[in-house]
Write a protein that binds this ligand. Structure first.
Ligand code: PMP
Length: 382
C-alpha cells in the first residue's frame, strides 16, 4: 500500500536495520558490567553519543538517550519543576504536540504555562514573543522546530536569538525536523528533543539535549546510567540504529527536499483543481517538504480515510496522537476553524523515496472517492 503517514511514524530504513542487527549480535552486553565485552559495549555507546553530538553540533555530554520524544519532553518539564522557582512560568506555542503541552501543564501546573499564539499561517511571530517575554519573563520558551500536522517550519532561529538576548532558555521539539532538514542547525538551542521513529529509526528510542552536561535532570531514578541522568540498562542496539538512520536520512537531503516538495505541490495543484473550495492549511508558510494538511470542501475526514484505505492508501486525520477523538486537530483549532471544518481535516505525509506517481495516484484516488461520496457512497457503506 502507498504510505502517506510518515509524520506519524516511518518504516525502519535499511541502514538502521543493519546497525540494529550488528549491535544486537556484537554489543548486547550490559554497558555497566566490568568484563571486556561490556567495556566494548560501553565504548560503542559513547561513540554513538559522540556521533549524534557531531550531527547536532552539540557537546556529546549534553546528549541523554531516552525512549522517545514524549519521554524527552516530560523529562524537560519534570526537571524544570524541580529546579525553577515556584512562581516561574514557561511559554509554549499554541500548536505544540500534546507531549509538550500536557507535560508542561502536568509537571508545572496549568497556571504556570503561557501559550504563545500563532498568526493565521500558523507561525509564531518574533514580535509577539518579544512582548510576551517582556511581560511575563518566562524561564523557558518552547517552540517546536516543525509542526507534525501542518508541517509548518517555525522561525526558531530568530525566536532562539530573541530568547538568548533576554536570558531565557529555549527548547525546541525537533521530532519532525530531524531527518527532514539539516540536523546541525539545531545545535544552537539550549534543549532539543528528537525521536528515531520519525526518521527511519526504531520506535522507543530518542534523545534530549540538555543545556549543560552537569545539569541535574533526574529523568529516571536508579542506577548511574546516562551519566546519572537516566537510570536503566541502555538500549544500545536502538541507539546505534537511531544514529545510522539519521545519517542515512541526512544523505542527499537538499535534493530529496526539492524533488519531494515538487511532488507534494503537484499533488496539491491536482487536488485544488479537483476540489474547488479545498483549503490548504498554512499554504503560505514555510513547510516541511513532505506534508500537506487540508480541509476538504465536503464529507467527514473518516469517510475519506476509510475509502482511501480500501484503495491501499494510508493517510491521517490531523495528528495520529489525537485521532480517535474525531477532528481534534490542534493546529486547525489554533487557527480558529469551525467545528464543521475540523471534521474535514486530512493530513498526508510522504517519505524520502515517495515517487511522483504515488503522489499522483493518491490525488486520483481522492477524486474517485469524492465521486463515490457525492453519489452517496456504495450501498454497503450506508
Ligand atoms: N513531538 C512531535 C512534534 C511529534 O510529532 C511526536 C510524534 N507524533 C512526538 C513529539 C512524540 O514522539 P514519540 O512517539 O517519540 O513519543
Amino acid at each position: 500500500p502507498a504510505y502517506f503517514d510518515h509524520n506519524a511514524t516511518t518504516p525502519l530504513c535499511p541502514a538502521a536495520r543493519e546497525a540494529w542487527l550488528h549491535a544486537s549480535d556484537r554489543h548486547w552486553h550490559n554497558a555497566s558490567s566490568l568484563y571486556r565485552e561490556a567495556g566494548l559495549t560501553s565504548q560503542a555507546l559513547e561513540a554513538a553519543r559522540e556521533e549524534l553530538g557531531d550531527l547536532l553540533g552539540v557537546e556529546p555530554e549534553r546528549v541523554v538517550f531516552t525512549s522517545g520524544a514524549t519521554e524527552s519532553n516530560n523529562a524537560l518539564f519534570a526537571g524544570l519543576s524541580k529546579c525553577l522557582a515556584p512562581d516561574a512560568v514557561v511559554a509554549i506555542s499554541a500548536i505544540e504536540h500534546p507531549s509538550v503541552r500536557e507535560a508542561a501543564r502536568a509537571w508545572l501546573g496549568r497556571g504556570r504555562v503561557i501559550e504563545i499564539p500563532v498568526d493565521p499561517q500558523g507561525l509564531v511571530q518574533t514580535g509577539v514573543l518579544h512582548t510576551l517575554v517582556q511581560q511575563y519573563a518566562p524561564a523557558l520558551v518552547s517552540v517546536m522546530a516543525a509542526n507534525n500536522e501542518s508541517g509548518v517550519i517555525q522561525p526558531w532561529q530568530e525566536l532562539f536569538k530573541l530568547c538568548q538576548e533576554n536570558g531565557v532558555h529555549f527548547h525546541t521539539d525537533a521530532a519532525q525536523w530531524m531527518g527532514k532538514l539539516p540536523a546541525e542547525e539545531l545545535g544552537a538551542c539550549n534543549y532539543i528533543t528528537g525521536s528515531a521513529h520519525k526518521f527511519g529509526g526504531p520506535k522507543g528510542i530518542g534523545f534530549l539535549v540538555l543545556a549543560h552536561a552537569a545539569e541535574s535532570f533526574p529523568l529516571l531514578h536508579g542506577g548511574p546510567q546516562e551519566h546519572g541522568h537516566r537510570a536503566g540498562t541502555e538500549n544500545y542496539p536502538a541507539i546505534a540504529a537511531m544514529v545510522a538512520a539519521l545519517k542515512a536520512a541526512n544523505k542527499g537531503l537538499p535534493e530529496i527536499a526539492s524533488a519531494q516538495s515538487h511532488h507534494r505541490d503537484a499533488f496539491l495543484t491536482q487536488m485544488k483543481l479537483a476540489f474547488p473550495g479545498l483549503r490548504v492549511i498554512s499554504e503560505r508558510a514555510p513547510r516541511l517538504w513532505n506534508t500537506a494538511l487540508m480541509v476538504m470542501p465536503r464529507h467527514d475526514n473518516l469517510k475519506w480515510l476509510t475509502r482511501l484505505t480500501r484503495r491501499g492508501f494510508a493517510i491521517s486525520t490531523g495528528s495520529a496522537c489525537s485521532s480517535g477523538k474525531e477532528g481534534s486537530s490542534v493546529v486547525v483549532q489554533a487557527l480558529g476553524a469551525s467545528w464543521e471544518e475540523l471534521k474535514r481535516v486530512v493530513r498526508v505525509s510522504g517519505g524520502w523515496d515517495t515517487t511522483a506517481e504515488a503522489w499522483q495516484d493518491l490525488a486520483t484516488a481522492f477524486e474517485e472517492v469524492g465521486t463515490e461520496l457525492d453519489a452517496g457512497g456504495r450501498p454497503q457503506d450506508k
